[in-house]
Design a protein. Structure first.
Lengths: 376, 190, 156
């Protein structure tokens, strides 16, 4: 090999991937330095979608910020809505009716499924298999229909309110959800048959960009990316909030099924398995949901007490943390959104050293990043 | 799809492509001798060119934010945008239509203009969603969102919504097809 | 470990460098430290067998009008406790040592604090603007930030 390299001197090349690129999931830009097909260095350049959510947060009231949380992670709007509500409620000490908490958990888990579906679909499409994407969207459309019933929108829901949810569930919603779950559950093995264990697919993912558990923790990976590295840590379990303690589910971790623990395949598999767990949670929540009001009494000109709070929730992409400082007025004083994808991008440069160019796409897809969260 | 409407492509053209016995050369314009069996259509060149253009609108996959997901879902199962001859391309050099789906920030603005310039003529732009139209929810308080993509490039159709439903986007594409239909490609003789 | 106990332990080790414990109205509670000693205290918090704060959840800059602050939220996966660490900085030339050698997760978040607040982190691997373009003027999350009129000829 060496002799050939000497005989054929090669030069490093600088390749610009993005911000407009079909597999960077939005407007991520990666500056690649390559030696032939091998990546010497891949440096992410982010910020092409910086919409100043944190600044906006300081200029609007607590309730007005709710629609902006939709746009923090539009694939998991319900989860972001709920995370914001939980943060403010923790700051102000608001008791939320139990029915509202159950509704939140139901919509959050539905949203987790639909978010993982996009992760699954677009990831397989990036890997060159377009059909699974159509399957994933087919299922996702049904979840969109359910959400449309609740709040009238397909993507940006703005459904959760500080102190509860904006309206009770519509008629027959729970039955429809059950029907959907009965329809959806057998689809997961179908996905596995369709693509997960496909030889080419496995080859492209196994042993690529393996991250050890210790590294994952140090680099601040959370959610499925952390669990893919074999660390069994789920905020719904370890720092339970809402009604999660009453629900029984397994924390899925990567096992190195087809390669090393923490490789792209493990991260992918964790998401597939999590959909199954979400179905389990949903079934229990539907069985347990009590009656009653869905909104606590919250004054119109809502002013929480002075204080600082950090709350984090387990969103489909990991830990969405909100650091909120209140000075006792109607507007938040400072609002820091700790977005999982942003922190995840930290490790990108490290894990991509020495990979092939095509693997870069696999790594981006397996992290399941989303750009508005990186840039905010 | 548009060919069923009156005033569109000449019906003979449709007939020919449907009749397996006559799957001869491509429909030509003007009196061309193709043998006794062939159908010949004579029509307005403008109409024909516009019909071709509007029926194969290849759009650039340019999804920056939330609206991009709706764009994706419009192109996938259920809404199936391919029905209208619109399929996505990953590179601007192969696309006729740019659907600006999502927020454009100042950092992105330069790249957007460059992408637009890379597209071959004739090119069209659909601005999808409030962000691309006006800056949307970020109009008032954001320091780095461009307040409307029409500050950067010319726009043909605006689709309102945050995000617009897939039906709305499809409607926007049909509107664009109407615009293309009316285009005069040859200047009238003086 | 309770915040009180953590505070006592850090205070015992670092003395003067540890200023106070902010508990009332703060969840989690903050140990306020002097900016120069942030790196040493971080190393201690990470490596001490009783602390083991192996994960930096969140690093944020804050503008308190009269001064800046950098807030660190730490969590220990092994022990399961949490604590906040905060360092106040003067408004003029705010700067404090980088902790990306302690928790690599800090790098991007420090760059963000630099980008939006202008807080400098000497010793950082790579400190550049991250979200805004390189030639952006000003630090937008500061409370006294004035929105620019134009950027590259486009109205803001
Ligand atoms: S218009 Fe609304 S949905 Fe579309 S990109 Fe802007 S904020 Fe997102």
């Amino acid at each position: 090999m060496k002799a050939r390299a000497e005989a054929l001197p090669t030069q490093e090349m600088l390749i610009n991937m993005g911000p407009q690129h079909p597999s960077t999931h939005g407007v991520l830009r990666v500056i690649l330095r390559t030696d032939g097909e091998v990546v010497v260095n891949a440096r992410p350049d982010v910020g092409y979608l910086h919409r100043a959510l944190e600044k906006i947060g300081e200029r609007v009231t607590y309730a007005q910020f709710m629609p902006f949380t939709d746009r923090l992670d539009y694939l998991a709007s319900m989860n972001c809505n709920a995370a914001w509500a939980w943060t403010v409620e923790k700051l102000a000490g608001i008791e939320v009716p139990e029915r509202a908490e159950y509704i939140r958990v139901i919509v959050c888990e539905l949203n987790r499924i639909s978010s993982h579906l996009i992760a699954f679909g677009s990831f397989t499409a990036d890997m060159g298999a377009f059909t699974p994407f159509l399957y994933a969207i087919r299922e996702r459309e049904r979840i969109n229909d359910l959400f449309e019933d609740i709040c009238g929108n397909r993507l940006t829901y703005n459904y959760v309110r500080i102190g509860g949810v904006s309206a009770d569930l519509p008629d027959r919603f729970l039955e429809k959800t059950k029907e959907f779950l009965d329809y959806f559950e057998p689809k997961i093995p179908e996905y596995n048959k369709l693509i997960s264990y496909n030889k080419i697919f496995v080859h492209r993912l196994a042993n690529v960009a393996a991250i050890s558990g210790g590294e994952a923790v140090a680099y601040g990976l959370t959610g499925p990316n952390l669990r893919g590295s074999g660390v069994s840590f789920d905020l719904r379990r370890s720092e339970p909030y809402s009604v999660y303690p009453k629900l029984d589910f397994d924390v899925c971790v990567g096992t190195g099924e087809r390669g090393t623990v923490g490789d792209c395949f493990d991260r992918y598999m964790v998401r597939i398995n999590e959909m199954r767990e979400s179905v389990k949670i949903l079934r229990q929540a539907i069985a347990q949901i009590p009656g009653g009001p869905v909104m606590a009494k919250v004054p119109r000109a809502f002013k929480p007490p002075v204080g600082e709070v950090y709350f984090r929730a387990e969103n489909p992409r990991g830990e969405t943390g909100i650091y909120l400082i209140s000075d006792g007025t109607v507007n938040p004083y400072r609002l820091k959104l700790r977005a999982p994808s942003f922190v995840t991008m930290n490790i990108f440069e490290k894990v991509t050293k020495g990979l092939m160019i095509a693997d870069i796409v696999a790594v981006i897809g397996s992290f399941d990043i989303i750009l508005p969260e990186i840039d905010r | 799809m548009g060919a069923h409407r009156p005033g569109n492509a000449p019906p003979e053209g449709r007939q020919m492509s449907h009749d397996p016995a006559h799957s001869g050369p491509a429909p030509a314009v003007g009196p061309v001798s193709l043998g006794p069996e062939a159908h010949v259509m004579v029509g307005n060149a403008d109409k024909f060119i516009n019909w071709c253009r509007k029926s194969s609108l290849w759009y650039l996959l340019f999804a920056t934010a939330c609206c991009g997901i709706e764009l994706m879902q419009t192109g996938a199962s259920r809404y199936d945008l391919d029905r209208f001859g619109a399929v996505f391309r990953a590179t601007p050099r192969q696309s006729d239509l740019m659907i600006v789906a999502g927020t454009i920030t100042h950092k992105m603005a330069e790249r957007l203009i460059r992408l637009y310039e890379q597209m071959p003529e004739p090119k069209y732009v659909i601005s999808m969603g409030s962000c691309a139209n006006t800056g949307g929810p970020f109009y008032k308080d954001s320091y780095c969102v461009v307040k409307g993509v029409d500050l950067l490039i010319p726009v043909d159709v605006y689709v309102p919504g945050c995000p617009p439903r897939p039906e709305a986007l499809i409607d926007g594409i049909l509107k664009l097809q109407k615009i293309i239909e009316q285009k005069r490609n040859f200047a009238a003789k003086a | 470990m309770e915040p009180k106990a953590i505070f006592e332990a850090v205070k015992g080790k670092f003395g003067e460098a540890v200023v106070e414990l902010q508990e009332e109205g703060f969840r989690p509670a903050f140990v306020v430290v002097s900016p120069e000693s942030v790196r040493e205290i971080s190393l201690f918090l990470r490596d001490d067998p009783a602390m083991k704060f192996d994960s930096l959840m969140c690093l944020s800059g804050v503008d308190y009008k009269d001064r800046f602050a950098v807030a660190y939220h730490l969590h220990s996966l092994e022990i399961g406790h949490r604590i906040g660490v905060k360092a106040y900085l003067p408004r003029e030339a705010p700067s404090l040592p980088s902790v990306d050698g302690v928790w690599p997760a800090a790098n991007f978040q420090e760059r963000e604090a630099f980008d939006l607040y202008g807080i400098v982190f000497p010793g950082s691997k790579d400190l550049r603007r991250i979200l805004l373009p390189e030639d952006w003027v000003g630090y937008p999350l500061r409370k006294d930030y004035k929105y620019p009129e134009f950027y590259h000829g486009i109205k803001v």
